[in-house]
Design a protein around this ligand. Structure first.
Ligand code: ADP
Ligand code: MG
Length: 508
């Protein structure tokens, strides 16, 4: 368990995340303007009358956006509400021309109800993180304060793009239920899992660097063993895993210091400072905004049928948790390997392409990917889009087919592990061609001819009489010495397993 040592007691950290993901759709949630919001699009070219709140314009709910929400809800094992509503959340800001954000009311069921995702807990075991809800809402526009010395500008392209806000659950009524995030690392793993589910489903790019995923981070602390939760603070609009982890740790330590000095934590909204990793109060609870939520009279209630849900369920691809289970149960991979290979769907697709359903390849391909390819990102196009780099000086892109060929040649005894490693290094150095072609070019062939190996073994035994004597008197660790010498004598081409067997026979 992640704890922080205090003066008199150890402290536990409790974390709640409100994650916003920008939902992929052709048009916006309530208007026909393009939702392909990206920084290369000229400002205010993708905002229509509804987005800028011209009087008399009525919003129309985008059916595809609702389907995206349902898809995501099914992806997080959640209940899908058959009825839900839209409400106006009122505040004034230049990036919100309506004067309110259309969202779903906090006190009524949103489209996606209670669900869960599974992450690896800090103890290395699977851990369920419960999710309270996920609701649909509009994104705001973007204020630009850095374009003119005395003026600010607003780009309305993003205004009205659909967001899904996903809120983790804290079971205050049942303190034994510990399915919530309790460390900075778990927060990161949770966010990565949400990201991968959203990407696998095509619901969002969920990319923090591009702003299509952001999180509000709620943190409280309590002495280890305490059955009640402490007062939390909320740090808003966090856009990097690193900052989120820093902010959690900083906030937790700040709260512990207050409590240990006899003070009380107040339920404030905090601002995180990227430069020095600190937080400061942005607004206190007394200044909390009253959003005066009320049902949006321009929108009908949302009705979802069982048929809608079943139709969408049938289109769902395999999600990361199922992929992990498949790797462990069908391919016999370790929990660790399965986790590494499902960090992103691009990685698991790459792995699946290389294994291509052949169980014998499963473990060796996993090993090559995790211990070799991950260390050479310049040669590893995980999207597997670049098959061939035509510039001869550019790094060679290693494909799933290459690794499949490599492990097949090893298991067919065509090359040994050492030669495979040499071929791999040659590919890293830019060598082109198939694995067979490279092996041929450098005369790498494994010697599996017993006669040839036997004569090399005899030679080594003859030349090392004192080591032979020591081996026979019990120093069996010398086997490695003999194997090494036979391999040297055969220029690394002998089959090491055959060498070792023959040596054992002859030295016995
Ligand atoms: P709000 O409406 O003010 O945003 P919510 O009740 O929706 O508050 O909770 C927001 C998030 O804060 C949720 O993820 C919830 O689990 C989390 N949270 C609530 N209480 C605590 C607490 N004491 N410590 C840490 N997180 C908390
Ligand atoms: Mg909130």
């Amino acid at each position: 368990m992640f704890t922080i040592k205090g003066k008199t007691t150890d402290w536990e950290v409790v974390i709640g995340l409100e994650t916003h993901i920008e939902v992929l759709s052709n048009s916006k949630i309530f208007s026909g303007a393009s939702a392909d919001y990206n920084p290369t699009v000229a400002p205010n070219t993708q905002a229509c009358m509804i987005d800028v709140a011209m009087p008399g314009m009525l919003p129309v709910l985008n059916k595809y956006c609702v389907e995206q929400a349902i898809k995501f809800g099914l992806g997080i094992n959640a209940e899908i509400s058959r009825h839900s509503k839209f409400a106006r959340k009122q505040y004034f800001y230049p990036d919100l021309p309506q004067g309110y954000q259309i969202s779903q009311p906090a006190e009524e069921p949103p489209v996606v109800g209670r669900g869960w995702v599974e992450i690896m807990g800090d103890d290395g075991n699977p851990k369920k993180i419960f999710i309270e809800r996920a609701h649909m809402e509009q994104d705001a526009a973007k204020n630009k304060h850095d374009m003119h010395p005395t003026k600010s500008f607003v780009d309305y392209n993003r205004c009205g793009v659909m967001l899904l806000e996903i809120v983790t659950f804290l079971d205050t009524k049942n303190p034994e239920n510990n399915s919530y995030i309790t460390s900075p690392d778990e927060a990161e793993r949770y966010l990565r899992e949400i990201r991968e589910i959203a990407r696998a489903l095509g619901v969002s790019k969920a990319n923090m660097e591009e702003g299509s995923m952001r999180a509000d981070v709620n943190v409280s602390v309590r002495p280890v063993g305490s059955k009640t939760f402490g007062t939390r603070t909320e740090t808003k609009n966090m856009v990097s895993f690193k900052f989120i982890k820093n902010a959690i740790e900083y906030e937790a330590r700040r709260q512990i210091e207050i409590l240990e000095n006899g003070g009380t934590v107040t339920q404030d909204t905090m601002r995180y400072h990227q430069d020095d990793g600190t937080t400061s109060v942005e607004r206190s609870k007394e200044d909390a905004l009253d959003y005066r939520y009320f049902p949006d009279p321009d929108l009908l209630e949302l009705e979802i049928s069982d048929e809608d849900i079943e139709r969408i369920r049938k289109t769902m691809p395999e999600l990361p948790a199922a992929t992990r289970a498949r790797y462990i149960n069908e391919y016999g991979l370790s929990e660790y390997d399965a986790n590494r290979l499902t960090e992103t769907t691009d990685i698991s697709h790459w792995y699946d392409d290389a294994v291509d359903g052949k169980t014998s390849r499963a473990k060796p391909v996993a090993n090559w990917m995790i211990s070799e390819l991950f260390a050479h990102p310049e040669n590893f196009d995980i999207t597997n889009e670049i098959k061939e780099n035509t510039d001869p000086d550019a790094p060679r892109i290693i494909t799933p087919e290459n690794i499949a060929e490599l492990v097949d040649m090893i298991s067919a005894n065509e090359i040994n592990g050492k030669q495979a490693k040499e071929i791999f290094i040659k590919m890293l150095d830019g060598e082109r061609g198939t694995i067979h072609e490279i092996a041929d070019k450098y005369g790498m062939k494994q010697i599996t001819d017993t006669g040839a190996i036997e004569s090399a073994v005899d030679e080594v035994i003859k030349n090392n009489p004192s080591q032979v004597e020591q081996y026979k008197s019990g120093k069996v660790g010398l086997l490695g010495f003999f194997v090494g010498n036979v391999m040297k004598a055969t220029h690394g081409q002998a089959n090491p397993a055959m060498v070792s067997d023959l040596l054992k026979q002859k030295l016995a």
